[in-house]
Structures are given as C-alpha cells and as structure tokens.
Design a protein around this ligand. Structure first.
Ligand SMILES: *Cc1c(COP(=O)(O)O)cnc(C)c1O
Length: 396
C-alpha cells in the first residue's frame, strides 16, 4: 500500500510542473543514438545528443566492445578495490593519462560519479569551495557532500572570484580553498576563463578543479579545455566524462600521481561501487586511441557546428554566447520554447527544449548539438525547418 502522503506529494507536484510547462516527457529511441534517430516509428534528424564525434555508433568502438565481451565477459565482477580491477581498466587509465598529458588517471562509472567522488575525497568541513554559479549539478552535489563551505561566484565573473577568494583567505577560517568550474558550460556553450582562474588560484594558493565534460573531444584538438589554453601543468584536477565525445560511459579524473593514489584509497564511488564493464572500458580506450591518432572527427565537428550556427544567426535567431558546438536557440518563454521544439519534431528535427530548472526561468531554449556524423544535407534540412517554424511562431 502506498502512503497517502507520498501519493498526494507526487500528484500535486507533477500537476504543478505540467501546469507551468516544466514537465519533461521522455521519448525513447528505437535503435541507436546516431545522426538520425527513430522515435515512435518516425525517422528524425538528431540534434539532441552529446555524441559530438559520432563515436557512440562507430564500428571500431563496437568491435572493441564485442571483443572485450568475448575475452573478459559482461561485467567486472567486483568493486575495483576487491578484485574488480581488470587489465582493461588500467589500459583505459593509462591511455587517458597520455591523452590528457598528466601523470595518472582514475576512472569512475560516470562523470557524475567522478565529481561526487573526487571533491569530497580532498575537501572537508574545514575547507571552502569557490564554485561558478552555473556549474553542473554533479559539481554542486560533490561540493555539498564534502561539507566544505560553498561560496558561489557570479558566472565567469573574474572580479567576483578574486574578491571572494581574497575574503576567504583573509578570514583565516579555512584550511584549504578550491576553485571549481565547468570547462565548457553545457547550456550556453561558453568557455571558462581558465587563464584568469589559474592566475587567481596562483595568487591565493587555491586548488584548481576543471570539469571538462563538454570540452574533451571538442577543444584543444580533442584533448580538452585545459590543453586548449596550454595549462596542463597548472590545473590540479582535470575531470572528464567518457559518455559525451568519447561515446561510451564512464568518467575520470586526471592529475598528479599522488592525487590519483589518494583518490584510489579515499573516493567512495571507487571503493564501494563496481567499475564499468569490459565492453565499456575497451570501447572508451579505442575512442581515445582514435582521437590521439587523427583530428578528422574533431575538424568535421567544428565545420558542422560553424555551418549550423551561422545558418541560424543568418535566419535571425539568438544563439547566445556559445563559443563551442553547443548551439542554443534562445526562445525565452517556457511554453513557447516547448511549442517550438514540438513543431521541429513534427518537421522531422529532434532538438530538445531546455527549460527551468536546467536553465534559469525565462531563458528557455532549443538546444542543438551538431556532431561530426551529420551530413550537410541534414543540417540544411534542419535550417529549413527552423526558418519555417520561426516565421510561423513569429520569432524571426
Ligand atoms: C554530463 C556532465 C556530467 C556528467 O557526466 P556523465 O558521464 O553523463 O555522468 C558532469 N559534468 C558536466 C559539466 C556535464 O555536462
């Protein structure tokens, strides 16, 4: 029997979200998450994935995954610290360290897990964390779990960061102070001001933590935002995911050997949760190998994203402040944003409406993610639909 209080809590809150246009309906894909997808029996151009390089469906990754199932089985069998560390996990970590240009890497089950693992492993209630106001939910959760004092600074506002760093240091109240930021902000596509952040960190002896979920595979010829700015030796934690540009599943932290050794004995999701499967580890390793040997996919991604972004701008849409392939088309009102996205779907373009609470209220947008796997014909079809619907709904 369900508790009456639970039932009324759920009914009231779901009805409230629906009323305000904030209730997200999930559309399952019938098949792979490629440049086109099938939903409800209908083939659509897919502008909603984080599969930047098209690697999620790459034949080389599929082959590596199948071979790993044959040689190592379907699952890792135990947590890493008992006997679930397979040679495939170590190969992945070694390859990632080469890719990132750091001494060592620890891998986790997801990017989300990496953040809730690594931050509380080094920060505690005697510490403070300076956190960009638009940081990802997993960073926020990692900060909360650490019990450190969380001090938010205005998004990419370096004067505010310096001021708050100074106050925190001068208060004498904290043992350690960390600054944490997304490398690329996932909803607007803008890049963190890492050279300035690193400068402030040096001035005030801050620990630096960059979540590069949307930068890896994209910036720095694929190696990420830190490499993009040439700051590999100046950032303590380079966190990344294997589920976006890498196309598989998992997360990691790259850094100095001493840091990685500590995370292996102190981060709870590493100690108490089983690692990714053999197929996942092998496919991710293959993806990193591909990125290290050729920049073809990265170049194709940027060419496609420039094409789509300039096309939308020419039509008169507001694509915000993106500096990366993330291409928001800002509509504003939540219901109008959802209506726009629904019309795109009807025209065979799958691009999701992103509304509060993922972005601030009144900042609803259709978020477009061009990938290396799209053809120009697909992008042209998307632009044609945007023009038609933009005029129909009187947005352009
Ligand atoms: C997606 C994302 C994550 C989580 O990565 P997963 O591997 O999907 O768990 C963490 N941080 C940022 C900034 C992200 O965009």
């Amino acid at each position: 029997m369900t508790s009456n209080r639970l039932q009324s809590f759920l009914q009231d809150n779901i009805a409230d979200l629906k009323e305000r246009g904030l209730y997200n309906e999930i559309d399952p894909l019938e098949g792979a998450n490629g440049p086109t997808v099938e939903i409800d029996g209908k083939q659509m151009i897919n502008l909603s994935s984080n599969n930047y390089l098209g690697l999620a469906t790459d034949d080389r990754l599929k082959k590596a995954a199948k071979e790993a199932v044959d040689s190592h089985g379907a699952g890792a069998g135990a947590v890493r610290t008992i006997n679930g560390t397979l040679d495939l996990h170590l190969e992945l970590e070694k390859k990632l360290a080469e890719f990132k240009g750091t001494e060592a890497v620890i891998s986790y089950q997801s990017g989300f897990n990496a953040n809730i693992a690594a931050i509380p492993a080094v920060m505690d209630k005697h510490d403070a964390i300076l956190s960009d106001a638009l940081n990802h939910a997993s960073i926020i959760d990692g900060c909360r779990q650490s019990k450190a004092k969380i001090i938010a600074f205005n998004h990419s506002d370096m004067d505010d960061l310096r001021e708050k760093a100074r106050e925190a240091v001068e208060s004498g109240a904290y043992n350690k102070i960390m600054v944490v930021t997304d490398g690329v902000f996932s909803m607007d596509g803008d890049i963190a001001k890492l050279p300035e952040i690193v400068g402030i960190a040096e001035e005030f002896d801050l620990i630096t933590y960059v979540d590069d979920a949307h930068g890896s595979g994209v910036l720095g010829k694929g190696a990420g935002t830190v490499k993009h700015f040439g700051l590999q030796d100046k950032v303590d934690f380079q966190m990344g995911t294997l589920s976006k540009a890498i196309g598989v599943i998992g997360g990691y932290v790259a850094g100095k050997s001493e840091l990685i050794d500590w995370l292996k004995v102190r981060s709870r999701p590493f100690l108490f949760s089983t690692a990714v499967s053999p197929a996942d580890a092998a496919a991710s390793t293959k993806a990193v190998e591909i990125l290290m040997t050729s920049s073809d996919l990265n170049e194709k991604l940027w060419a496609n994203s420039d094409y789509l972004k300039s096309g939308l701008k020419q039509l008169g849409f507001d694509t915000g402040s993106s500096e990366t392939p993330i291409t928001p088309c800002i509509i504003g009102d939540e219901k109008a944003t959802q209506a726009f996205s629904k019309r795109l779907n009807e025209e065979g373009i799958y691009a999701k409406a992103i509304v509060f609470p993922t972005v601030p209220q009144g900042k609803g947008r259709v978020r477009n993610m061009p990938t290396a796997a799209h053809t120009q014909a697909m992008l042209d079809e998307a632009l044609t639909a945007y023009e038609k619907i933009g005029k129909e709904l009187e947005i352009i």
